[in-house]
Design a protein around this ligand. Structure first.
Ligand code: KG4
Ligand code: ZN
Length: 341
């Protein structure tokens, strides 16, 4: 049977994104990033995000259809992120997805955004590359601005949450540290750039949650630690700033590696790792994970556009919901800001 063509929408936070996918192939992935609009507030403003989603979503849908030279009539299903995310942002995408399914008589698929992030490691370009066949089980680390999770991926759409952050996400910690050092949003790429020029051993931070058992994460302690350090040091020289960024990034990476090691000890039969989310685009993170886990197959997303929030990963995940006939009626699909696995 021919794979369905899916129009996917993600408005979970600060990106207005629409993709067209066919199976695992991404035919187009349009992302309107709201980052410049939120930058002056140094973080995401939910009411502004909602207004921008409302304004931009119709334009982004039109662009995605134009890019693929498809009309709505040729689309088989509309997929949309139903959670987790910002409630008032999610509802913009959901309302539009419902409208399209009713107007054009299409199937409706509600996708868990975190499932989307995991499937981002299997997104292919329009020619079906890379092939990357599934070989379960996987241990997945999702590191983004909103989440830090360790998940067992047992089979299609079968997940077990092993650990998650008790407070800030790792991306959020990077964003806040950048702000404390006097830089803008998003902080992850800024810290990565600074850290590349600094000494990671100069200001040793204790590795978050290394003294506590279990697979959960916590980054509020290290956030306070860097704040105190900055206050104590007074005016920072350029070199101080670079060294602080490098030391902070190193402690975060060490905490991620430590949790993966612990999880693999608990599940010794696992041979494959997946690392996804915005923070996974950090070269030092990728290098460190690859180096530490040479004996494992380590998968990062192959397409650069699917690390941070995007609709392509939602469309690819939706294909598996479709295969399992997990459809919604427009009445039953509701936003779920705190949706878990
Ligand atoms: O996946 P994403 O869009 O967030 C959520 O789904 O919540 O990722 C955004 C996060 C931000 O915190 C950003 O600072 C971080 O990913 N990020 C990075 C890099 N690029 C983005 N962190 C570290 N290094 C990067 N190169
Ligand atoms: Zn996300």
């Amino acid at each position: 049977m021919k794979n369905p063509i899916i129009l996917a929408i993600d408005t979970s936070l600060d990106e207005t994104s629409v993709a067209v996918t066919c199976g695992r192939r991404v035919l187009t992935n349009v992302v309107f990033s709201q980052i410049p609009y939120h930058q002056k507030y140094r973080g995401v403003m939910p009411a502004l995000a909602k207004r921008l989603h409302q304004e931009k979503l119709p334009i982004v849908i039109k662009k995605a259809l134009q890019n693929t030279r498809l009309k709505m009539e040729k689309i088989d299903a509309v997929a949309v992120t139903r959670g987790p995310g910002q409630a008032i942002a999610l509802e913009v995408g959901i309302a539009e997805a419902k409208r399209l399914t009713v107007q054009y008589h299409k199937s409706l698929i509600g996708v868990n955004h975190m499932v989307g992030h995991i499937y981002s490691a299997f997104c292919q370009n329009r020619n079906g590359l890379p092939q990357r066949d599934f070989s379960f089980p996987y241990l997945c680390l999702t590191i983004s601005g909103g989440h830090t999770q360790l998940v067992l991926f047992k089979d299609h759409l079968k997940f077990e949450l092993l650990g998650e952050t008790l407070d800030d996400a790792v991306g959020e910690a990077l964003d806040k540290a950048a702000r404390m050092l006097g830089f803008g949003y998003p902080g992850g790429p800024i810290i990565e750039r600074l850290a590349g020029l600094g000494d990671p051993d100069k200001y040793p931070f204790s590795v978050p949650m290394s003294q506590q058992p279990g697979l959960d994460f916590s980054y509020s302690g290290i956030k306070t630690a860097i704040l105190y350090k900055i206050q104590k040091m007074g005016k920072l020289s350029k070199q101080n700033t670079l060294d602080l960024a490098a030391s902070f990034q190193q402690a975060l990476i060490d905490s991620l590696i430590l949790k993966i090691l612990r999880a693999l000890k608990q599940y010794p039969t696992i041979r494959r790792l997946i690392v996804v989310g915005g923070v996974a685009s950090n070269q030092k993170v990728r290098q460190s994970v690859r180096r530490q886990f040479r004996a494992y197959e380590v998968l990062f997303p192959a397409l650069p556009s699917v690390f941070t929030d995007n609709a392509a990963m939602i469309g690819v995940a939706a294909y598996y919901y479709w295969q399992k006939k997990q459809w919604f009626s427009p009445v039953s699909l509701e936003r779920q800001p705190n949706l878990s696995f």
